[in-house]
Design a protein around this ligand. Sequence first.
Ligand code: PLP
Length: 398
Amino acid sequence: MSNEIRPEQLGAARLDTIPFSGIRKVFEAVRQLESQGKDIIHWQIGRTDFDTPENIKKAAVESMMRGDVHYAPNRGVPALRKAIADRTTKETGVPVDPDTQVIVMAGANEGILVSMQAFLDPGDEVIIPNPNWHHYKSCASLAGGVPVEVETREEENFSLRAEKVAPLITKKTKMLCVTSPGNPTGCVEDQENLKALADLAKKHNLIVLTDEIYGRIYYGEEETAPSILSIPGMAERTIIINGFSKTYSMDGWRLGWTVASPELTLHLLKIRQYTTVCVNTFIQHGAAEGLGGDQNVIEQRIEEFAKRRRIIADGLSAINGVTLAKPMGAFYAFPGIQAFGKTSKEVADYLLNEHGIATVAGSVFGSGGEGHLRIAYSCSTEECERGVVRLKTALESM
Ligand code: PLP
């Protein structure tokens, strides 16, 4: 008998805790249906239908033509770090030093990975909302950490309630993950709950990883959703994760950032030297123009998302049996479909295969997402309008 190890057995043991993304499986199914000529409503993808604004593309091309084609500093080019620091201060009221507190990352996801690697020892616990953006859980596991999930509920607008977090904190808890506005729910943490979470973090000496990638796609009174960094005493223990993929329609550019205290940033930087080292130089110059330049086009796009949100929310509320926690940010709705007596995967498969509506089953985002569907209204307004009509027919005839 051969002692040879089969290729599928060669992966490191820690990979056993890491799934392939359930969202990607939907993309594949959509691709196949479209190749058969089926008309699909594209609610499966958290990617905007807009192009990257012209001024950003132009600045990146000019930078490339100037010869900015060599390694950038590990932390990022100074112009972009300054734009990130200024914007963070504008949004949170907290002073940020561009030289010691900002790292430009290859997407928000790199920021999450690097943070987990930098701060988790094996066995350290990380509190994560359930349902959640799956990177927190997988990146925590890859670093040897233990994800501790807190179920969030539609009746509470999927808020990560501090009173539910408190009993789960142990001596091993090291980090608390907050996502606001949230993916997959579109819900936003209010100031009062953020304050209660901040009190817990200070009391138990926790690091707070706050993913604010949808911070500007916010439908409240202010320009951005509230940030936990604004709360006194949080600057020394908060890592902001943010990026250009959503607000600036730059997901293919792979560009994001972290903001943290100078001390925390040094730890992040150590890991960062061994991940992507630095981000492509000329795209950083393009992005600096994006953050620092005219924001008119961004404001118009946020208006457009607000219009789509209204279409989706009104459309869902007109369907018998569907419930909805009103999304206050991002471009997601997370309707409840428990009344139909099927799992979220069964409903999502039925909608895709029988009616050409691509959503993602809530269970893909964790057990707390069961009984829900994620609708990403990042497609065109016209597609949203057609989609809600089709969805009503589909669910009412199921
Ligand atoms: N964080 C959240 C909450 C997201 O929803 C996403 C993408 O969908 C990301 C991070 C990834 O962002 P990036 O493209 O900058 O890596």
